[in-house]
Design a protein around this ligand. Structure first.
Ligand code: FPP
Length: 259
């Protein structure tokens, strides 16, 4: 019947994010609860990274961006920073070949220059080795901050104006966005933070503008497939409006369909 309205089933858990961004919080508390040094919590956190990567591969998620070390994390006690650097080195030595074989492309975002030469070399090697992979883009934010990212993009715009490559008038959101980290990827559509705090902590500030946010008390080392299933189910149930009205974006009603 012309003009009738057909209601379609609500979104199901088969709707997965294309790009998942994660703040892996709670390693320190996980260790403290076991009366162990914080570095043990980070080591357990590295195992949880594998859980998350496997989950993304199994569910066809195209990109995963993990906040491994913020620009502010240098302020932690020197022994903890040192343990984290050792952990990053060992994880790269151990995991990169296998990740490469499984179709994962690794990239690092952030100011790499602050890291030791040995770690920088491993980062370069990991990126080169996995360059051609397309199954999952795994971005590790290391010495990264959202404000830093917007600042470096602004600096590049200023350099382009100074060199006469673009005019100041031509600068728009797209011009700035194209100079940010991860510019070539779809913006994250789901953000997860473990560990109970509900804040973005200078992660991908620009890129998260329309991202769905999901928080859990689960500490990062306790991450399980069930935790991620919960996040995915919640994501699938959300209506993403991008500033429009519910009616404009809803695909639940199809006007004009035959009954
Ligand atoms: C935050 O927990 C976690 C970090 C600052 C480090 C994240 C690092 C890992 C998960 C290790 C491995 C990562 C890779 C990519 C191999 P926290 O120490 O702030 O925990 P707390 O809030 O309980 O103190």
């Amino acid at each position: 019947m012309s003009g009738s309205v057909v209601t379609q089933p609500a979104a199901s858990a088969s709707i997965v994010p294309r790009h998942l961004a994660v703040i892996m919080d709670g390693n320190g508390r996980w260790a403290q609860r076991r009366h162990r040094p914080r570095s043990i919590g980070h080591r357990a956190g590295a195992r949880a990274v594998n859980v998350c990567v496997d989950y993304c591969l199994d569910h066809g998620i195209e990109a995963l961006t993990l906040f491994a070390f913020s620009s502010e994390n240098w302020q932690r006690p020197a022994d903890e920073v040192g343990a984290l650097m050792q952990l990053f080195m060992r994880a790269l030595d151990r995991e990169v070949d296998d990740l490469g074989r499984r179709g994962v492309r690794l990239r690092f975002i952030g100011e790499r220059g602050a890291f030791a030469e040995a770690l920088r070399q491993r980062m370069d090697r990991a990126e080169a080795l996995t360059l051609g992979n397309t199954r999952l883009q795994l971005n590790i934010a290391a010495n990264y901050g959202g404000r830093w990212d917007i600042t470096q993009a602004s600096r590049r715009l200023a350099e382009d104006v100074a060199a006469g490559r673009i005019t100041a008038d031509s600068i728009d959101e797209a011009a700035l966005a194209s100079r940010l980290s991860l510019a070539e990827l779809p913006a994250p559509d789901l953000f997860i933070r473990t560990g109970g705090d509900q804040r973005i902590s200078n992660f991908l500030l620009w890129q998260l503008a329309y991202c769905e946010l999901w928080f859990t008390d689960t500490l990062w080392p306790d991450l399980s497939r069930e935790t991620l299933d919960g996040a995915m189910a919640d994501f699938a149930s959300r209506e993403r409006r991008f500033g429009k009205t519910s009616e404009q974006v809803s695909d639940k009603t199809i006007v004009g369909a035959s009954a």
